[in-house]
Design a protein around this ligand. Structure first.
Ligand code: ADP
Ligand code: MG
Length: 747
């Protein structure tokens, strides 16, 4: 029990058992009362009866209404009350099982009753899987539900995320990331461990959730009445999900929402982080009690904001301590440093501000602190990532500060490299964020952008699968004995275009990832599926490790994945052109990028000054280079160490011999091979399309007879960017099937 544990650690003098037991009982009582107030409770019987009669339930309910925490408990306490549980298929509702157990006595002592009753087990598994798009949600929710059920985390209630499994054979409710359940589904197509699968936060439409939704149709076919699917969403577009699953029924949990006054900034903010810090302090000093929820994009930002807020609080002439008193026990530093000269609070406002971060990498004990009510006279300021948008609800919030940005999973358009990019939120997201201020009473939301900017935002975020690289998804679907070798027949909720799927199948075949029967090959396919890059670049890396130039190839791929490496101010064209000269490789742009990367990585890592100076002297962008360095490290981890995630490939260097690297590039980028035409343009061998060498290419004045390039760019003409000269004879040698087939139409 988390709180008890904290109490014991921090207050040994109060650690007598009697006290703890009494406090815990008190707390359980309070939590129980809170639970019964949740809108989900009013809908409980209706939901259970819907699930008796339907195999798929699409449940829509306002964030904070109790979907994630309560529904799995209802099901467990009702011992499901549907299906046969013994592998037979009877649709007849079983009255004996339909009776809900009073959650008030649903403690450990009664947990055995389900088994005795026989509704558990059978052919249908006895566990409920609840998916979350985010790891931190899976962990915090599991903790909360374990506490509500009065059991230690990892027993009856557990969670599983990549590299961490807090479950046991006793686990009945398992919160997990959608990616993890997807992996399980690829290995066990019947998901036989689970009696119920709940796809939570379905409105987020992550790639994993979308692929899972498709796979779950297969699970339903295999499992029949033994299995139930619940799709939960915080937005009202249940129709899409209901249409996707035949016979599905929709359920609605009516929530409460109080009015929220939305305010915008008059002018656009240059720096949303500073703006968020100021806004937080302004709310703290000017507004009546109520906690503040600030939406930032990631850990770095949250850490800096926390520091800035604490500094500003300390430096204010009429300063107030950043952390205080009782509730801050867990906070440690700062708690004792409370400034005795702290001034009177703002009229009607609380006198102290307790700054609490929440993000995925935070240790679980600290994550849980955001949920603790602030002691009297203290206002909490919760600095959160997007996690607080719909995944978790923090009690006490009356004020929301929305920076308008989110870190979103993004596929690098050039590479298909998965990356995280900070992007503006959609209008739907901004509304959802503001709504968080009105859960317990009227609230206020401050948007750190202008009303006009709000109008410019996308209405909603398109499903990730429409933005991602299909070759990777297809590769995943091919991964295991899924019986979906026919990827074309796979049912996506928003299917990618058929031609696009065909193209990726052809490409995967040409890369050697699929054999003639459409199965994943061991040498290439299996390995590519484990690399977090587009299969073409994955192939470059595999070829490079065979050819003894993996170290160079990793650097090139990292640089290609990085946008805006070069700084090209118009006013200083002469300067940057001459600075560029020392990096230019006559073999092409990839090797030029490699030279830049090498130059940068030779500088002492700890000398920020030397690095900044070097970058400014050479007109390269330090942020881009740092990002390339990050990707570089990541990729080495995937290729190198011989245990997961590493493939255990040889990481050698080809030194100053450019040929192995050029050949490795050709071995993966051959679908982007082009030959010089008499008019000075190029023709792409795979498609016959005419393209022009990009004006930024170092090959522009010595056009080689053949080249491979990274990507096409369309402006007035179609340009090939990032090109490397190759020997024409390498192409049929490195990609025989591809070029044999294309030979007749070739220029
Ligand atoms: P939903 O899934 O519908 O958004 P949840 O089940 O996540 O709702 O949350 C229901 C309620 O439980 C919320 O109002 C929230 O205040 C409370 N709650 C959830 N997790 C915690 C926690 N760790 N500590 C305290 N309260 C929590
Ligand atoms: Mg939820």
């Amino acid at each position: 029990d988390f709180e008890e544990e904290q109490q014991r650690r921090k207050k040994p003098r109060r650690g007598a058992n009697g006290f703890d037991a009494a406090a815990a009982a008190e707390r359980r009582k309070r939590i129980d009362a809170e639970r019964r107030q949740l809108p989900a409770w009013a809908a409980r019987d209706q939901l259970l009866s819907l699930l008796q009669q339907h195999r798929t339930l699409v449940l829509v309910g306002e964030t904070g209404s109790g979907k994630t925490t309560q529904i799995p408990q209802f099901l467990v306490n009702a011992r499901f009350g549907f299906g046969s549980g013994t592998g037979q298929t009877s649709v007849k509702p079983r009255a004996a099982n339909g009776v809900d157990q009073d959650p008030g006595d649903a403690g450990p002592s009664t947990s055995g009753r389900g088994q005795a009753n026989g509704a558990w087990g059978g052919g249908g598994g006895n566990c409920i899987a609840v998916t979350q798009p985010r790891r931190v949600a899976a962990m915090t929710v599991a903790r909360r539900v374990a506490e509500e059920m009065g059991t230690p985390l990892g027993q009856k209630v557990g969670y599983a995320i990549r590299f961490e499994d807090a479950t046991s054979p006793a686990t009945r409710i398992k919160y997990m990331t959608d990616g993890l359940l997807l992996r399980e589904a690829l290995v066990d197509p019947a998901l036989s461990r689970y009696r119920v699968v709940i796809i939570d936060e379905a409105h987020e439409r992550t790639v994993s959730t979308d692929v899972l939704l498709g796979l779950l149709k297969g699970v339903q076919a295999l499992r029949g009445d033994d299995f139930r699917l619940v799709v939960m969403s915080a937005t009202l577009d249940a129709g899409r999900f209901v249409d996707f699953f035949p016979g599905a029924v929709a359920g609605l949990i009516r929530g409460r929402q109080y009015p929220v006054q939305v305010m915008y900034t008059a002018r656009p903010e240059d720096n949303y982080l500073d703006a968020a810090v100021c806004a937080t302090l302004q709310v703290h000093t000017e507004e009546p009690p109520g906690d503040v929820l600030v939406f930032l994009t990631g850990q770095d930002e949250i850490d800096s904001a926390e520091r800035l807020i604490k500094d500003k609080l300390a430096s204010l002439p009429r300063s107030q301590p950043a952390t205080v008193g009782e509730g801050a026990e867990g906070a440690g530093e700062g708690a004792d440093g409370a400034d005795p000269s702290a001034p009177a609070p703002a009229p009607g406002g609380p006198d102290s501000l307790l700054v609490l971060p929440i993000y995925a990498a935070l240790p679980p004990e600290q994550q849980m602190r955001v949920f603790e009510p602030a002691p009297p006279g203290v206002r909490k300021a919760i600095l959160a990532t997007n996690i607080a948008e719909t995944s978790i609800t923090i009690p006490g919030v009356r004020y929301v500060i929305d920076t308008g940005y989110v870190k979103s999973r993004d596929y690098n358009a050039k590479l298909g490299l998965e990356s995280l990019a900070v992007v503006p939120v959609s209008q739907a997201q901004a509304r959802q964020r503001s709504g968080r201020a009105g859960r317990e009473g009227p609230g206020k939301a401050l948007r750190l952008f202008t009303e006009a900017d709000f109008g410019q935002l996308e209405q909603t975020t398109p499903p990730e699968i429409t933005r991602c690289n299909l070759a990777s998804v297809v590769l995943q679907l091919k991964l295991k004995a899924m019986g979906i070798d026919d990827v074309l027949g796979f049912e996506f909720m928003d299917p990618p275009p058929r031609a696009a799927i065909l193209r990726s199948l052809e490409l995967l075949f040409a890369l050697g990832a699929l054999d003639a029967a459409g199965k994943l090959t061991e040498q290439v396919g299996q390995r590519l599926s484990r690399l977090p890059v587009d299969p073409m670049y994955g192939r470059v890396l595999l070829a490079a490790s065979d050819m003894g130039c993996a170290l160079e190839a990793v650097a090139v791929v990292a640089m290609v994945a990085t946008e805006n490496v070069f700084h090209t101010p118009r006013a200083k064209e002469k300067e940057w052109r001459s600075a560029r000269l020392k990096f230019v490789a006559r073999e092409g742009d990839h090797l030029t990028l490699l030279n830049v990367f090498r130059g940068f990585s030779e500088l002492p890592k700890e000398s920020h000054k030397a690095r900044t100076q070097w970058c400014s002297d050479n007109f390269v962008n330090i942020r881009a280079l740092r990002k390339a360095e990050d990707i570089h490290t990541q990729l080495l981890r995937f290729l190198g160490p011989p245990s997961p995630p590493g493939l255990g490939l040889p990481l050698r260097s080809c030194g100053d011999d450019p040929t192995p690297l050029r050949r490795a590039l050709a071995a993966g980028l051959f679908p982007h091979a082009a030959r010089l035409q008499p008019d000075g343009s190029y023709r792409v061998l795979a498609t016959g399309r005419q393209v022009f060498l990009h004006p930024s290419s170092v090959l522009l004045d010595r056009k080689p007879p053949a080249l491979v390039f990274s990507e096409l760019m369309h402006t007035t003409k179609t340009y090939a960017r990032d090109a490397t000269a190759v020997e024409p004879r390498w192409l049929p040698e490195l990609a025989p099937t591809f070029f044999a087939a294309k030979a007749p139409g070739q220029a």
